[in-house]
Design a protein around this ligand. Structure first.
Ligand SMILES: *Cc1c(COP(=O)(O)O)cnc(C)c1O
Length: 368
């Protein structure tokens, strides 16, 4: 058998006629920067997330970076981040000249542990930046409560969580702002780079609109030191098409995740734990196993591709190593050694997921 980790071209093939039509509309429009297509996607995605504002930007990293700037984060400030996230979360903080302050996750959910946040807050702290990692919402209520008590802003990294719900309400503006990525492999993915910020805070939305476009509201009048990071109208038109299918695609992911949860059976294989208040969208299906590298190799020999998210935690990356040499983040380190992402996505066949389950169960039982 042969099961890829993910086929990002499958969504295009399913919707080819509709996407081609949208692309042609942009090509013929003569508007290639911002304009109607971007505004339409922004209002559709804001409605989907049940928020008042959405601002489209160039990618997910810029969404995080510009949102932090709009919250006033600058040199010398600190931002609380998970120790086990994708490095983009940390880089956005560093791009502001601020310092990422890592907090360890709860191992079973992979999400930042709210009980550890308060101890990490110093007078320099400005923002708490939880990540809804692998598509499962972080425990937002205690995080918002701590932030409120300390006068901090909350920015959510929802790059992996399009459509996820926390206590029944879609991720979109529980915190002060939410950053999104439309990288092709995400649950809502463009055919290139893309990103956005959703918020109910008109002031934050307005600041980001300025920052993404040279600090300018009126052409050649520059109010602030801005950047150039605008959502491409071609990507916006494609995203407007794909957004209509997001919920049904997420349901297919959930059906596959349920299959994994009920059929993978080995006492040493740790399956993801879903708290009762979380409705994840299974961007990734991540298991933990002590002999992870061996399991990955055996699955590869059976034709099944898996990935590791992520093999090197940010504090151990070449980029940050010097800054965190004395620090110890043992949960993040353990996770990097033991996590394995199984294939999941809306375009797999039932038989492919069944094949992953059968092979995994077989390999684990013959290992004992
Ligand atoms: C993908 C991702 C990003 C960055 O998005 P890009 O669009 O690739 O810049 C940020 N945070 C997390 C958790 C991600 O998974």
């Amino acid at each position: 058998m042969s099961v890829p980790f993910l086929d990002v071209g499958a969504a295009y093939r399913e919707l080819q006629a509709e996407i081609d039509q949208a692309v042609n509309r942009v090509l013929k429009s003569g508007t290639y920067i911002l304009g109607r297509e971007v505004e339409e996607f922004e209002s559709r995605f804001a409605a989907y997330c049940d928020t008042s504002h959405c601002v489209g930007v160039g990618n997910g990293l810029d969404a995080l970076h510009l949102a932090l700037r709009a919250m006033g984060v600058g040199p010398g400030d600190e931002v609380i981040v998970p120790s086990n996230t994708y490095i983009a979360t940390w880089l956005a903080v560093s791009q502001c000249g601020a310092v990422p302050v890592p907090v360890e996750p709860i191992e079973a959910t992979f999400n930042i542990d709210p009980d550890l946040i308060e101890d990490a807050i110093t007078p320099r702290c400005k923002v708490v930046l939880p990540v809804h990692i692998y598509g499962q919402p972080a425990n937002l209520d205690p995080i918002l409560d701590i932030a409120r008590r300390h006068g901090l802003r909350v920015l959510e990294d929802a790059a992996q969580a399009h459509g996820a719900r926390y206590k029944g309400k879609r991720i979109g503006a529980h915190g002060d702002a939410v950053a999104w990525s439309f990288y092709p492999g995400k649950n809502l993915g463009a055919i290139g780079d893309g990103g956005a910020i959703t918020t109910n805070d008109a002031d934050i939305a307005d600041k980001i609109r300025l920052l993404r476009n040279y600090g300018s509201r009126v052409k050649y009048q520059n109010e602030r030191l801005g950047f150039n990071s605008r959502l491409d109208p071609l990507q916006a038109a494609i995203l407007s098409v794909k957004l209509k299918y997001l919920d049904s695609w997420n349901s297919r992911r959930t059906a596959f995740a349920d299959k994994y949860q009920s059929c993978l059976d080995d006492n040493d294989l740790h399956l993801p734990f879903v708290p009762e208040w979380a409705e994840p969208v299974w961007h990734l299906f991540v298991v933990r196993y002590c002999q992870r590298d061996r399991l990955q190799r055996l699955l590869r020999e059976s034709g099944i591709c898996t990935l590791i998210h992520y093999p090197i935690p940010p504090h151990k990356s070449e980029a940050y190593k010097g800054d965190y040499a004395d620090a110890k983040f043992s949960v993040a380190d353990d996770l990097a050694e033991s996590v394995l992402s199984l294939p999941i996505g809306p375009h797999f066949e039932n038989s492919e997921i069944a094949g992953v389950i059968d092979n995994t169960n077989l390999l684990l039982s013959s290992n004992e």
